[in-house]
Design a protein around this ligand. Structure first.
Ligand SMILES: Nc1ncnc2c1ncn2[C@@H]1O[C@H](COP(=O)(O)OP(=O)(O)OP(=O)(O)O)[C@@H](O)[C@H]1O
Ligand SMILES: [Mg+2]
Length: 212
């Protein structure tokens, strides 16, 4: 069993979305996957999983709410991959989850407003030696400016952190899919599907050592 977590200090950067994209990718490959939703106020992934079931979208993706890692540990033995979604803040749970994870994804926009707190969190988590080589920053909800993208990539590599080798582009169509229980490569739009597949492949490779 592997654990891939989505952590961050900021709200709205794409944690819950990328968690669902990864879970969908793993489920389509036949892996038994659970989303552990630690955002008890929003329960984004739990609500989405219920919507997915109501819409009859296959494969089902289990999502359960968890308050503590202890509960999660007791539940997860039946799964190949547990995708952990968390709240948009950095607290003790953030550190505990990072230590338990095989890969720690930190989604961030390209602006310094997003990158500064993301890198600050990355540095904090990296103080734990066993975590430092698991941290992967994911450029998320990116716009179309090549210059902003390049600057963000330079900022991340100057800070000495790894970056996912695909970005998650901002597109309205992804929202419409999420609202009806789909995610990522399940998009009916071929352009969105391809963009999602690139991110899926990159995340799957890190989460499960998977190659297409
Ligand atoms: N690539 C994208 N293009 C357009 N909208 C997106 C994209 N990815 C996510 N969104 C939208 O952005 C919003 C925030 O995304 P999401 O809920 O994944 O962020 P989050 O980091 O989990 O936020 P929170 O900290 O509040 O839990 C959602 O409305 C989601 O539908
Ligand atoms: Mg969320």
């Amino acid at each position: 069993m592997r654990i891939a977590s989505f952590l961050g200090q900021k709200g709205g950067v794409g944690k819950s979305t990328l968690a669902r994209v990864l879970a969908v990718a793993a489920a389509h490959e036949g892996h038994r996957v659970l989303i552990g939703d630690f955002d008890l106020e929003q329960l984004t992934c739990v609500e989405w999983s219920a919507m997915r079931m109501r819409q009859g979208i296959e494969p089902d993706i289990d999502a359960q709410a968890f308050k503590s890692l202890k509960k999660l540990r007791k539940t997860v033995s039946d799964y190949d991959l547990v995708v952990v979604d968390t709240r948009g803040l950095a607290d003790e749970l953030t550190e505990d989850v990072s230590m338990e994870s095989d890969v720690v994804f930190l989604p961030s926009g390209t602006s310094m407003d997003d990158l500064r707190p993301t890198l600050a969190l990355a540095r904090r988590l990296a103080k734990t030696r066993s975590v430092s080589n698991k941290i992967v920053i994911v450029l998320s909800k990116t716009g179309r400016s090549e210059r902003l993208m390049q600057e963000a990539q330079d900022t991340i590599s100057d800070a000495g952190f790894d970056m996912l080798n695909a970005v998650w582009p901002e597109r309205d169509g992804f929202q419409a899919d999420l609202d009806v229980g789909r995610a990522g490569s399940e998009s009916s739009n071929p352009h969105l599907k391809q963009a999602a597949k690139d991110v899926e492949l990159a995340m799957m490779t890190l989460a499960l050592g998977w190659k297409s």
